[in-house]
Design a protein around this ligand. Structure first.
Ligand code: ZN
Length: 447
């Protein structure tokens, strides 16, 4: 099968001077077509609306391209007008256009795809001219930092060019390229369009690519592309069909498993002989979930290694999806690994925090700055001391009472003894008096 990506590799080897494409003296007529407009908004995502973005890019492209000599530039719309695809092509034909550049921004259903791509006609000289310009454009978008999704063709069910603007241009004998600058719904691409100045930079880039393609020069800009070497794209004999099959092969092998930190190194071998490799995604749960799309590290190489992070406490079941230039993928074999019970950074941090809290608590018991648990212990201790104090007080009181009782008893005993002693004295004294009286009676009776 004839394939755009395969051809690109071959074409790099045969550069040709831009001057050969634009004979000296013939002014080039360029039509810029800002995609969408009016009710036709194009892609919409967050604050971004495609019809507005394409108009900013188109105006900047026209302004920049008009700084070159030997070129006349038109736009299919300069405001928010709605035009059919055929009306745009009819306008381009009416002004005698040599080429039409259709400016767009892309979106994907799952918001996963990222990068820039160019669509060209699959037929004859429209293919070779389109591809010639697109290879310059894509190279420049890559230099800007965007990921290249390639230069591609697409056909509808009837076997004609799928994109209406390309189809109608070809019908009117007009070469045309559809530029999808990048994806307006993807974080990887967002830094390239998040400001009007960046959209204008896209416009200047598009103008420079066109100037290089036509071999233009600009005194105002101080540049001369009349000797610029473009790739020579032979007019294909057949239809340049899109790739409709998944990658031919995708195999993986695990080369390293780090049990301490969960890193797993995987070797991927994948190839697509039609449109080449574009992205890959990986899974550690047997394909239940996959990572975000990753750039294919080297588009010329079929084999590469990458390291993925596997979470702990699972049995890793590794697999990879490898995507070709048309976003079709092949799933690899699955590699099952021993479970890795390492601790994550979060788990280690939580453990450390707990240990520190415990150490701090034991310090506070001695230092007096009391965390909750220690405070509870101290409170109990204080209560116990209070109870002990109360018991001691009670004991003291009891001792005082016993002593007073003892003193009382002693006093009573002493009084009893004293009473008895007094009684004895009185009795004895009474007896002596009676004896004396009897003696006196006897002595008076004798006398
Ligand atoms: Zn569009």
């Amino acid at each position: 099968m004839l394939c755009a990506a395969w051809l690109a590799a071959v074409l790099r080897a045969v550069p040709v001077c831009a001057q050969e494409q634009t004979p000296q003296g013939d002014p080039v007529v360029v039509v810029i077509d800002p995609g969408h407009g009016g009710e036709n908004l194009g892609g919409e995502y967050e604050d971004y609306t495609e019809k507005e973005m394409t108009l900013v890019v188109a105006k900047a492209m026209k302004e920049e391209l008009e700084k070159y000599e030997g070129v006349t530039v038109y736009m299919t719309r300069t405001g928010d007008e709605e035009l059919s695809l055929d009306e745009r092509c009819a306008y381009a034909e009416s002004v005698g256009a040599d080429f039409m550049f259709c400016l767009h921004f892309n979106m994907s259903g799952e918001h996963t795809l990222f990068g820039a791509e160019c669509w060209v006609s699959a037929f004859g000289e429209y293919y070779s001219k389109g591809y010639g310009f697109a290879s310059i454009e894509i190279d420049m978008l890559q230099e800007l930092g965007l990921y290249s999704r390639g230069i591609k063709t697409r056909l509808n069910d009837r076997g004609s060019d799928y994109y209406g603007i390309i189809n109608h241009s070809v019908e009117r004998g007009l070469p045309c390229v559809l530029i999808e600058h990048c994806h307006l719904d993807q974080a990887n691409d967002q830094p390239f369009y998040d400001h009007d100045e960046k959209l204008k930079a896209f416009g200047r880039l598009d103008a420079t690519a066109a100037a290089k393609y036509f071999g233009l020069r600009s005194e105002a800009l101080g540049v001369d592309y009349s000797d610029y070497e473009t790739v020579s794209v032979p007019v294909p004999s057949g239809v340049m069909r899109p790739d409709q099959t998944e990658p031919d092969v995708c195999m993986i092998d695990v080369t390293e498993q780090n049990m301490q930190n969960g890193e797993v190194t995987v070797e991927v071998s994948a190839a697509d002989y039609d449109s080449g490799m574009l992205y890959y995604t990986y899974s550690y749960d047997n394909g239940e979930t996959f990572s975000a799309l990753q750039k294919w590290p080297d588009r010329e190489a079929d084999t590469f290694r990458f390291t993925m992070q596997v979470p702990p406490h699972i049995v890793p079941q590794i697999m990879v999806n490898a995507y070709n230039g048309y976003d079709l993928y092949t799933t690899s074999n699955m590699v099952s690994l021993p479970s890795m019970d390492y601790k994550t950074a979060e788990e280690l941090a939580a453990e450390l925090a707990l240990k520190e809290a415990q150490e701090s608590a034991s310090d506070d018991v001695t230092q007096g700055d009391i965390p909750a648990d220690a405070a509870l212990g101290n409170q109990t201790k204080r209560q116990r001391e209070a109870v002990l104090r109360e018991v001691a007080q009670d004991e003291n009181e009891e001792q005082t009472v016993s002593f007073a009782y003892f003193l009382g008893v002693c006093l009573v005993c002493a009084l009893l003894v004293l009473g008895m002693a007094v009684s004895m004295i009185l009795i004895l004294w009474g007896r002596r008096r009676r004896r004396r009286r009897r003696r006196r009676h006897r002595s008076s009776g004798r006398s």
